[in-house]
Design a protein around this ligand. Structure first.
Ligand code: PHE
Length: 340
């Protein structure tokens, strides 16, 4: 290849892309000038020095020509870009803005209500020991209450927690010498549950726990009412029914009036889907902390008493936003989610 041939190849490139192809052909790893330089070593010793000098000269010439052409082509490209008129009225690229999930909105509101009442937020692990999830809460291995909270067991005996009540145990153990306790603990729980409009195998709970001297069921009731009015608005009615939990005594079930049917149980002449026609929504369980549970964590049940409660924020979100099927919350359905 002569210097003239190199020059013609380089100036023949009419765009930066074409020039890159020429560059690879000439001085790339397998380019012709690179090969030529490599072959010098195979020549008889007498020819090597002049052939080497020639190969180097051509290579340097090629590099200089490539550099020059690159500058020319780039200048031309910039010029043509600048001379294209800029349309300031063209529609811009719209960025899709994310937003809070409806269940997160409800959790934030709940936390805000409790924060105003002097509660702090406590956290606990989603994979829990059987002791924290059951035994310490007065639910021995053979207790029928375990059936209601059947779940998936992991190797080694741990389990995805079936409720947030284990956080009570962890927090009381860590703060038994630092009473009173006032906490809420939001988080995910898992159960072996058939899905329907009101149930799902994974859902959120928010647990509450208060331990102090002289805490009574009246304190619990007032707290639950304040919470429901804070989240669902003035006029929300609260109903407590007797229930049973091994870790509270007495135990209650808390219902709030259904806002879809306004507590009547009927929508457009048909039974209300959300509350199954009862007019009430079961939101969770509560009760006075069982003395044995206090003893299990080393708190004196003669001097101290407390209450605890556990709720499903999805249920509360369903009431608040008029959603008839809690499964919607966990479907990747943007038509639904974009409404919040
Ligand atoms: N852990 C109970 C449940 O998941 C709710 C509960 C919490 C009941 C605290 C009493 C006290 O159903």
């Amino acid at each position: 290849m002569t210097e003239e041939q190199i020059r013609l190849a380089v100036t023949g490139a009419k765009s930066l892309d074409q020039l890159e192809l020429v560059r690879v052909e000439l001085v790339g790893r397998k380019g012709s000038l690179t090969e030529q330089l490599r072959r010098v070593g195979d020549l008889p010793a007498a020819e090597r020095s002049s052939a080497g000098a020639e190969a180097n000269r051509l290579r340097l010439a090629a590099e200089a020509a490539l550099k020059l052409r690159f500058a020319e082509l780039r200048a031309a490209a910039t010029k043509s870009e600048l001379s294209t008129p800029l349309d300031l009225t063209a529609p811009g690229v719209t960025l899709a803005l994310g937003h809070r999930h409806p269940v997160s909105l409800v959790l934030d509101e709940l936390i805000e209500v409790f924060w105003q009442m002097g509660y702090q937020v406590a956290d606990g692990p989603e994979v829990e020991t059987e002791w924290h999830n059951f035994e310490a809460l007065n639910i021995p291995e053979t207790h029928p209450a375990r059936d209601m909270q059947d779940t998936f067991y992991l190797e080694g005996g741990n389990l995805p927690r079936t409720h947030t009540s284990g956080v009570q145990i962890r927090f009381m153990q860590a703060h038994k010498d630092d009473l009173p306790i006032r906490i809420v603990s939001p988080g995910k729980v898992y159960r072996n549950e058939d899905e329907d409009a009101r149930h799902s195998w994974s859902f959120y709970q928010i647990e509450g726990l208060v331990v102090d001297e002289g805490i009574s069921l009246a304190d619990l009731k007032g707290t639950l009412e304040a919470m429901m009015v804070g989240v669902l608005g003035e006029g929300t009615k609260v109903r407590l029914r007797p229930n049973y939990f091994p870790y509270t005594e007495p135990s209650v079930e808390m219902d709030a009036s259904c806002v879809i049917c306004s507590g009547t149980g009927v929508v457009d002449g048909a039974s209300c889907k959300l509350c199954s026609g009862t007019g009430w929504l079961e939101l969770g369980g509560a009760g006075m902390v069982h003395p044995q549970v206090l003893r299990n964590v080393g708190i004196d049940p003669v001097r101290y008493s407390g209450f605890a409660f556990g709720f499903g924020p999805e249920r509360i979100a369903a009431i608040k936003y008029n959603v008839g099927d809690v499964r919607e919350f966990w479907r990747p359905n943007f038509n639904f989610l974009d409404q919040f």
